[in-house]
Structure formats: C-alpha cells, structure tokens
Design a protein around this ligand. Structure first.
Ligand SMILES: [Zn+2]
Length: 159
C-alpha cells in the first residue's frame, strides 16, 4: 500500500507555492495570519510538513521544517520534493485553489448561476468546492494551468 500523501503547512511568505501545491492536488494550508510565532507548533499539531524560507526557523528545537532557498515558485516545487526525498504524486485539479477543500463533480445544472452565462452554454463538466462554492471549468484559465502542470511534471522528471 502506498504511504499516505503528505500534507503541508506553508508560512505566509509562501502563499504562491501553497496555491501551486493545491493545484497539484496536495493538501496545502497557509499558516494563519498573526500566528507566525506558532508556525512550527501549528504544523506539528496538524501533522503537516512545515515549509518556510526562513533560515532561522530551521535552527529551533523540535520537528524541523523544510527550509527552501529558491525564490522562483517552480524551483521551490522542485526543491520541496527533493527535500522530501520521495517521488511526487500529483493529482492536479482535485483541490480548491482558494480554500484547499477537495473538489466534487458538478453538473451543468448545478453550475448554472455560479458561472458566467457564456460559460454555462459552452461547458458540460464542472468541479465545485463544497466549502467556498467556487466552480471550476476547463476554460482558458484551466488550459493555462494545465500547461503549467505539464511544465512542472517535466521539471520534476528531469531532476
Ligand atoms: Zn473552496
């Protein structure tokens, strides 16, 4: 049986990386605002891998966070998987980019009223977030993200 997929807690400097990891299907949370001092504790309590760019956090006692050096978000993804020392298991477009909830299939009827009218007339398949209500469809934005996922997969293959 494969080991359970990792869940992450990102410090607030890594908001973009957090969103990208959600796009790739990982359980990725952002440390709450105003809880900077409790970042490592929050991660430990939630059973999440703490990820930061702050070198000083790596020196504290207790569970060690993953400390990234890269500034570019794609480089950060590569660096993060390398630090984990395990192959990535991507499940793109299965989580809400806004709130991290697992998406569910939505019919065109269910999506109606939640998407612009021209979208409702064009697309038959949707995924929706049961928590924040956001609806996703395979439009221009989705295609751009799919291209980005392919770029990430290529990068991860060659490293
Ligand atoms: Zn959501």
């Amino acid at each position: 049986m494969p080991s359970p997929r990792r869940a992450f807690l990102f410090d607030r400097m890594l908001g973009r990386l957090c969103t990208k990891m959600r796009m790739l299907g990982y359980d990725a949370a952002l440390n709450p605002e105003g809880e900077t001092g409790r970042f490592l504790l929050n991660a430990a309590r939630a059973g999440r891998v703490a990820v930061t760019r702050s070198r000083s956090l790596g020196d504290r006692p207790g569970p060690r966070p993953v400390v990234l050096r890269a500034e570019d978000v794609l480089d950060q993804i590569v660096e993060l998987f390398a630090a984990l020392g395990e192959p990535p298991r991507l499940e793109p477009f299965t989580r809400c980019l806004e709130c991290n909830a697992v998406l569910v299939e939505r019919s065109a009827g269910e999506a109606r009223g939640r998407v612009p009218p021209h979208v409702g007339e064009t697309f038959a398949e949707y995924r929706g977030c049961p928590v924040c209500g956001r609806v996703y469809w395979k439009g221009t934005h989705w295609n751009a993200m799919a291209a980005e996922v392919r770029r990430i997969e290529e990068r991860l293959k060659t490293t």
